[in-house]
Design a protein around this ligand. Structure first.
Ligand SMILES: CC(C)[C@H](C(=O)O)[C@@H](O)C(=O)O
Ligand code: SF4
Length: 758
């Protein structure tokens, strides 16, 4: 392990330095990953790749599997198996495959029969799997949630999931440091959700691009762990690689006693180390933002991007006041989609559905906040409201506290754990034109169902909307009438954390006991060669470029959720830009969409404005672009996960300036060919005009040579092993705190609540 860099460092820098296995000359780093959480949507192709290459999961005990995106939220009392419980064939297939893959690779898996099952970002912290000072990854963009513990936690794509499974490492580049300091006391009923929406409104969805955000200040210090998680969760909506909060007594109190948390002497050693994790007072920041807590009102979104926020006391903004023509058009488009008129008071926006759930706001405190509003009130006529706890354990806890009775008495639907209507991959969906008050994190077009309209807000605000039938300032909600027909439910005692009733992941346990099917971990092997397509002809690509005159094109737009159920990388072109390309009713091409016209049907290059590919980590988006025929993109900036996912598949995202992009868009719109010359790092227009661009040398090398990372990483196997040895000495609590533990003989032992049970 290299010695830490001298000089003042941020918390992010310190954790980074502690995980460096190898740094190349260009700064590309092989970073060791302590915790890997996996779910059914972003892993099938990763396990396929692993199996095809004869590779194994390097550290099953550092990997935790759950199912969440596809799972039904219907009552599970009658659940017997996935086959009979999940109606959707593709969803069922992914869930069944997840269990099979976990079983074959010896990874602990929380099935639908297991009370510990839930949303990946809820489950990791709940189990004590997420710890301060760690690196945490998951094939999911909201991995930033785990940064609340003082961890470097970021989302990765499926190819990277495969890489981490095989090597326990990830290729990364050090991010810039951004400090967001929030001081003061939040007004009553104003939560960390309002705060983070407010912050995104201030810095924009691309404001954090290239940065790791540290949230600090007295407001953050006073927050509970759950509030910190909701805030860090949405760092990705601010474009950041990750969000981090310094660990403190609040953090330790949350972790202590959880099943996978260190125990006894290891706990003491861990806390001693965690106490050292803070940014140095004179640390250098690349960007700083200061926010006053008092300035924040309950905040909601009015548009189709998380940055389009307004205080509940405000009104829908006027496009006429936009600073640029492009912005005016974008606002008009959003208002049209959202069915809103400029100047409408926010509180007059009526809702059809209410969704309380998602990895942002489905923890016990969120449910308590919503229940406090619902208690003694009734869901407004014509409104359907659902509560989806983040995990089976949260559901149990809420039931022990009586929150379910409050919700049910008020007319809310009380569901089982999962992602549910956050992205509507299961049956929980908005119908076209329906409007939803949602505690989730993304309000993209069609996010909660084709044609659905989403307003993001806090759980208390969503509950207030449910009982009023329109967006309502929760602070002004009329008191529950005396002698209400709905007597207030007495809330039971709050538990410090979920009761953790569960059925153990029996199948893995049994397989391990029987010595069957479970591979030896940490094995040394001759690695097999993989590869990606080489870029262009000798690195040069000349082709038709499709203009996409838009900013913030998110990966939900690139490839809608329906296609995430596919377990192959091929054939996804069909879903590319689906709602823009095909009429939903007739299935026919929409004639004026650029890719439905000649010569752009044969486009190999796509030109867009800024923040192309933001949002979800779905690697299905670049796979779909590739399947259509695209090989390169030109834009002012990209979502970082999308950028990485593209390069891992042989696609080249080029960054140019605003003016250069403008000229490329003009040429593209005129049907002219554009040349992307990777060896010379230059974009050439037909006029001969040249725009040089930067590309990381390692990425360039891989694209030109068609190299896949895993083979390259295995060239550093000795360094990985040396790192693991040092880690064992320095951070002993990180080894063997999984439900699976490797003993001295390389056998996997099953741990139950921290104790080996065989
Ligand atoms: C399915 C998954 C890859 C995706 C993500 O990365 O965010 C999902 O969780 C989402 O919220 O869109
Ligand atoms: S954002 Fe929604 S879909 Fe994505 S992990 Fe969180 S709850 Fe699941």
């Amino acid at each position: 392990m290299p010695e830490p860099v001298p000089g003042p460092r941020t918390l992010y820098d310190k954790i980074w330095d502690n995980h460096v296995v190898h740094t190349q000359e260009d700064g590309t780093t092989i970073l060791y990953i302590d915790r890997h959480i996996i779910h059914e949507v972003s892993t099938p192709q990763a396990f396929d790749g692993l199996n095809e290459a004869g590779r194994r999961v390097r550290r099953p005990e550092s990997t935790l599997g759950t199912v969440d995106h596809n799972t039904p939220t219907a009552n599970r009392e009658k659940y017997t198996d996935d086959e009979s419980f999940i109606n959707d064939v593709e969803a069922r297939h992914q869930v069944v495959l997840m269990e099979k893959n976990c079983q074959e690779h010896g990874v602990v898996y929380f099935s639908l029969a297991d009370k510990r099952q839930g949303i990946c970002h809820i489950v990791g912290p709940e189990q004590g799997f997420t710890l301060p000072g760690c690196t945490v990854v998951c094939g999911d963009s909201h991995t930033s949630t785990h940064g609340a513990f003082g961890a470097i936690a970021f989302g990765i794509g499926t190819t990277e999931v495969q890489h981490v499974l095989a090597t326990q490492c990830s290729y990364q580049r050090h991010s810039k440091n951004m400090k967001i300091q929030i001081d003061g006391v939040l007004h009553p009923y104003v939560t960390s959700k309002d705060l983070i929406l407010h912050v995104i409104g201030v810095i924009g969805t691309a404001g954090g691009t290239g940065h790791a955000i540290e949230y600090c200040g007295s407001t953050v210090e006073a927050m509970s762990m759950e509030a910190r998680m909701s805030m860090c969760n949405m760092s990705i909506e601010a474009g950041a690689r990750c969000g981090v909060v310094k660990p403190d007594q609040t953090t330790y109190a949350y972790i202590k006693g959880r099943p996978l948390a260190p125990k006894g002497q290891k706990w003491d050693e861990a806390v001693k180390f965690w106490d050292s994790l803070a940014s140095d007072p004179n640390a250098k920041w690349d960007a700083e933002v200061f926010i006053k807590a008092e300035d924040i009102a309950p905040t909601i979104t009015w548009g189709t991007s998380p940055q389009e926020v307004a205080p509940v006391t405000g009104m829908v903004p006027y496009p006429a006041n936009a600073e640029t023509e492009q912005r005016r058009k974008a606002m008009e488009r959003m208002l049209e989609y959202m069915g809103l008129t400029a100047g409408t008071p926010i509180e007059e926006i009526k809702v059809d559905k209410v969704f309380i759930g998602s990895c942002t706001n489905s923890r016990i405190e969120d449910l308590r906040n919503a229940a406090a509003v619902a208690n003694g009130r009734k869901v407004a006529a014509g409104v359907y409201a659902m509560v989806v706890p983040g995990s089976g354990n949260i559901k149990l806890q809420a039931e022990a506290e009586g929150l379910d009775r409050i919700f049910k008495a008020a007319g809310f639907d009380w569901r089982e754990a999962g992602c549910s209507m956050c992205l509507a991959m299961n049956e929980d969906k908005l119908q076209p034109g329906e409007r939803c008050a949602s505690t989730s994190n993304r309000n993209f077009e069609g996010r909660q169902g084709t044609g659905g309209r989403t307003h993001l807000m806090s759980p208390a605000m969503a509950a207030a909307a449910a009982v009023s039938g329109h967006v309502t300032d929760v602070r002004e909600l009329p008191a529950v009438p005396q002698g209400s027909a709905l007597p207030k439910v007495e809330v039971g005692e709050a538990h410090p954390f979920a009761p953790l009733a569960h059925t153990f992941g029996e199948k893995v346990a049994e397989a391990v006991k029987a010595g069957k099917q479970v591979p030896a971990p940490l094995h040394k092997h001759e690695d097999v060669k993989g590869g990606i397509p080489k870029f262009g002809v000798d690195g040069v690509l000349t082709g038709i470029a499709a203009p996409m005159d838009k900013s913030n094109v998110d990966t939900d737009q690139v490839l809608p959720k329906e296609y995430l159920k596919k377990i192959s990388k091929k054939g996804l072109a069909e879903g590319l830009f689906r709602p823009m390309r095909f009429d939903a009713m007739t299935g026919k091409e929409i004639t004026d969409f650029v890719l439905n016209k000649d010569p752009w049907r044969k486009s190999q290059i796509l030109v867009a404005r800024y923040n192309f590919g933001c949002g979800s980590s779905r690697e299905h988006a670049p796979w779909a672009l590739q399947d259509f025929g695209f090989r390169a993109f030109i834009a002012e900036s990209y979502g970082e996960i999308f950028y990485n996912n593209s390069t891992k598949n042989g696609l080249l995202p080029v960054v140019l300036t605003k003016d250069q992009v403008e000229l490329c868009i003009q040429d593209a719109a005129a049907g002219k060919e554009i040349t992307v010359d990777l060896p010379n790092q230059v974009v050439v227009l037909q006029s001969g005009e040249k725009f040089p661009f930067n590309v990381n040398p390692f990425i360039k090398h891989c694209l030109l040579e068609g190299l896949d990372d895993i083979s390259l990483t295995f060239m550093h196997l000795k360094e990985i092993e040396a790192y693991e040895e040092t880690r064992k000495q320095r951070y002993p609590w990180l080894d063997g705190n999984g439900y699976l533990q490797t003993d001295e003989l390389g056998r996997i032992r099953v741990l139950h609540e921290g104790v080996a049970d065989w």
